[in-house]
Every structure is written in C-alpha cells, then in structure tokens.
Design a protein. Sequence first.
Lengths: 91, 586
Amino acid sequence: MLRTNMVLLFFVVFCALGVVTSQHKARKFFQALETEQERAKQLDVEFGQLQLELSTWATHPRIEKIAKERLKMRVPEPRSVLVAAPREQRP
Amino acid sequence: MIRRGKGARGHRFAESPVLKLALPAWRSRLVGLCLLGAFGVLIGRSFYLQIINNDFLQEKGESRYRRDLEISASRGKVTDRNGDVLAISTPMRSIWAIPADARLSPPQLQQLARLLDMEPKEVSRRLASDKGFVWVQRQVPPDVAEQVAALKLPGVYQNKEYRRFYPTADMTAHIVGFTGVDDKGLEGVELAFEKSLIGHAGNRSVIRDRRGRVVEDVGSIKPPQDGKDVRLALDSKLQYIVYSQLKQAVAEHKAKAGGAVIIDAKSGEVLALANWPTYNPNNREHLSGAQLRNRAVTDTFEPGSTLKPFTAALALEHGKFRFDSIINCAPGRLTIGKATISDAHPHGALTVAQVIQKSSNVGSAKMAATFAPQEMWEMFDAVGFGQAPRLGFPGEVTGRLRPWKSWRPIEQATMAYGHGISVSLMQLARAYSVFARDGELLPISLTRIDDGPVTGVPVFSAQTAREVRAMLELAAGPGGTAPKAQVPGYRVAGKTGTAHKLEGGIYANKYVSSFVGFAPVSDPRLIVAVMIDEPSAGKHYGGDVAAPVFSAVVGNALRTLGVPPDASMTVAQAQPAKVPPVKEPL
C-alpha cells in the first residue's frame, strides 16, 4: 500500500513539473510569435510607406519634367514617325 | 491527618474547590453554538462568493493581469488599374496633453515646439487651456513622435492615428476624393466605396506579466479586418494626359472651368476623369466649393450640337431618312410658332451626313419635326439622358429631360440640337458609346473590370450606328466643324458643341464649348468628352476650344496604349486650307 502511494506521489510530482515546464515553454514560444507578428506589422507599415514614396517619385509630372529638362527628350514630329506594321493588329 | 479548621472545609490535595463550582451547563453550550453559528456563516459566505456569485471576484482578479487590447485595422488602398497607388493610409502619431499636468519649463517648451515645427507661443497657448484634454498636434510623422516621446515631458501623451496620403495629389483629386481627419471618406471614391475601404478594428484579451509583456491569449480573439483595396478603372498615364491638356486649355482660353472624361469603348470603364479647377487633397486648407466640384459628374449643361447625331440616328433608324437624303436648309432660318431657329452660316440643301458635318440647326430641327415627341423622348431616355449614370459617385446628377407630354413643337426642335435639355459630361460620353459600339449603350464602371467583354443595351441598329459614325468622322474631318480634332495616324470621329449658357432663365453671352468623340474609327477604343466652361479669350466654338484638347488627348492616349495606327501619319496635317472651316452654329 505504502509503496503504491509513493509511486503515485512521485508520478504526480513528475507530472506537475512537466506542466510547469511546458507552460514556460509555451509562453516563450508565444512571446517569440508575438515579436514576429509585431515585426510583420512593422514591415507592413514600412511597405506602405515605401509604396507611398515610390508613387510620389513616379508621378507623371515629375517624370515628364525630368525627361524634358534633364534628358532632353521630346515627342517626335508626326512626319518623322514611321509605322512598322500597320496592318498587323496586336492583341 | 487532616485538620479540619473552622470555616475551611477540608479537601483533598488533588481536588480544587474552584473547579467544583457548578456552572450551568447551558452556558458552555451557548458558546459552542455561537462559534458553530459563526463558522456556519463563514462557510455560507465563502460558498456564496466561490460558487453562487463568483463573477465579481473573478473579474477583480483578472483585472490584475488581464488586458483587453485593440488591434488596429488600416483603411484599404485606392489604386489605379495598374496597381499604382492613388491613396494610402500610413500610421502617424497624434500628440495630446493634459494641460493641468503639462507644466513645461521654457527650454522644454522650446524643444517641443522646435520638434513639432510650431511657434513656442502657440504651444504654450494650447497648454494654457482649462480643458482636461488638448491636441498639441495631430498626425505627426512617427520619427518626430519618437523624438517627442524621448523628451519625457510630463502630461504629454501620444496615440496612434492613420493619415491618408494622395501621391498623385491634384491630378486625381476629383475621382479619388479624400477622407477627414478621422479616416472616414468625405468625397469621391473615398466616400462612394467607404463600405469596402473601411477597416474594422479587432480585439483580444491577453495576460500580461510584470514587465508588461504579453504572455498568453485568453478568451476569444476578434481578428481585425483591414479595409479592402479598391482598384479603379482609372489609368494614371491617361489621367495625366487628360489633366495636363485640360489645364493647358483652360489657361489658354481663360476659361472658368473645364472637365474631360475618357471611357473605354470596349468595357465602359472610366479611364480618366479630370476637372479644372482642382485642389490638392493632401493640403486642404483653402478649399472653395468651386475647386471641390467634380464637374464631369455633378454639373449639367445644355450640350448643344453634340446631341445632333442622336437626332440623325433616330431619323435613320426610322427609315424616314437615309445617309444621303437631301434636306433643304435654305435660307438658314426656320420659324416654328413665334420662335426662329437659325444657322450661324446659312446652308443650301444638305444631305443628312452634311447636316451633322456642318452642324446645321435647321436641318436637325427639320429631322426632329418628323418624330412623335414620345419617340424622341424614348430615344433620349434609352441613351441615358435624364437618369444618373449609376457610377456610385456622390452627387451624381440626372440632368434634365422633361416628360414628352409637356413638349411644345419649338422645344422639340431645339432639343434636336441640344437645347432645352441638360446633361452631365459623363452622361454625354456614355451616350456616345452607342455610336462607338454598333448601337449598344454601355454600362460604365469606375472600377476595373476583369471578366470578359461587357455587353450593352441595344439602342440603335448596327447599320445606323455605322452610318452615324461615318458622319461623325466627316464632322471631325477637313470639311467639318472640327478639323482641329484630327489626330495624325488615327481616324477620329466626333462632334462639337457650343452652347449658350442659361443665366437666370435667359441665354447669356457666355458659352460652354464641348467636344465628344471616339477613336480609332476602324475599331473604337476610347470615347473622349471634353467640356470647357466660359472660354473668354476670343474663341468660343467647340471646334476651336475643345477639339484641340480632344486631339491631343486621343493622340497621346492611343500612343500610350499602343493602339496600332489606322491612318497615315501625315494626311490630317495636309489640307486645312482647302475647305474653309465652317463656323459652327449654336
């Protein structure tokens, strides 16, 4: 009788320690997950900001200005345009 | 031997007389009962707290470690058809203070003001308020906010807010609209698509440890729902072309306002929509109503001659006239009742095609005289006049199309050339889809359409539409009213309109010049409508004011889209001198 009780007691203590350990581990993992999620959110925000920056740099008035002033580009005169394949309809 | 003294009874050593005092038995029982009772009360109370009414304590307990967190959701983006961002939200900080707690020393005040780019006086004025809460500055960039937080000022706090940015600014202001400071849509697409753009914040309950870290989720998590992105049909390249050409034309002709629309003739998508004057949605400090108005959709005007093709189409459809039927337009005047209709330049006998090409009022009125009012009303109704174009835009107007029962003959005649009826530019552009598409009226859409070809509602037969298309090509050709609408390399078709403006019920000496057309004629891709309000630099005919805008827009747009040319590059330039341009009647 006494021996059975001792075995059971040992078993209970062992389980209790197991619960504590796994709980601790779970919290560690949870925190890691939490950190990563926070980072994902941060990156998302940064992506939005970069997208905003991209479209600010890529506005057409700015592109036209650079093309005209810095790169000295211009629209060709209609008479200097040759159409290579007018019969062929592109899809 | 025990001695027994007087007065003291003898007793044995092991006995105590004190203990022999016979207390009544009930006293001890009473005490026992009291204790038992008190014990019972304690058990009862703990039973009550632990089992019957346990919510209160549990709540109190949880509040020590459990926190409800809000998970913020962001508003959806608005993009153009290629995914270029037109409106995007990004988190900002707002700095607020409790004035009673915010006792800042002068150097602190200086620092704060410098960081926020404000006058120190302004900051101290705000902090001097007797309210419990004041905004110091809203929507501060995150990096600046961090520097402010690093100052560790007493009574100064921050919270997260979203701010909306519009990288394309004034170019797309009217179509995209804007949101208020609380991130709710107030105008344009931002308002029209508010329901799908708006995000719904979620929440979760968590357990926090001593250091404030989240250790565990408890209870259910309500995930945040980010707003959905809206992909418009708008093409920002075409939008830029339209916007810059319109801006230039308004300046050149000293006009009050202008509007232009491009609709895809295949799908009915609105590819561009620009108005002038416009505004910068990123900085809305000095806004006036005139700048805010999305004229192409919310303003109506009498379209003038741009309606003549519809009259001609109805005439052809009924079989009363053919493409080359002769109508006698001499002597350039027509009297109906007390009123007289006149052409700006008298013509002799004209074919139906020439009536459209030369834009003869008399010819149109004569055609209209052969219709029953109901037939004409039904045709106008079928091409969408008098009803909102159902774009979902705030403030869409229906225009004015009076019921046919109250039409007088003179009104029917003037409606044949676009007076006595009012339409918006968007309606007009849409109505022209019947000519660009073999007689079908297209439904139009602000958002990109991805699934297959769109079918419209048939209004005219394909034969009629093709004939009118040919007439419109003549009108935009060398002998027509708008030779300036020609585009090198592409065949274009379209019709000018020059309408007197109604002011207080009478026609004033102010004009609305318009041009509606499509290109390339061999297989129409784009429908373009241009309207210039009150040009006052000398020219006011649609052919002089609006047609060049059309030409520039169509030429650039078709090249941008890579549409193969269907005409020679030089023809259009060759012969403006041959036929003297016909001055267009009203």
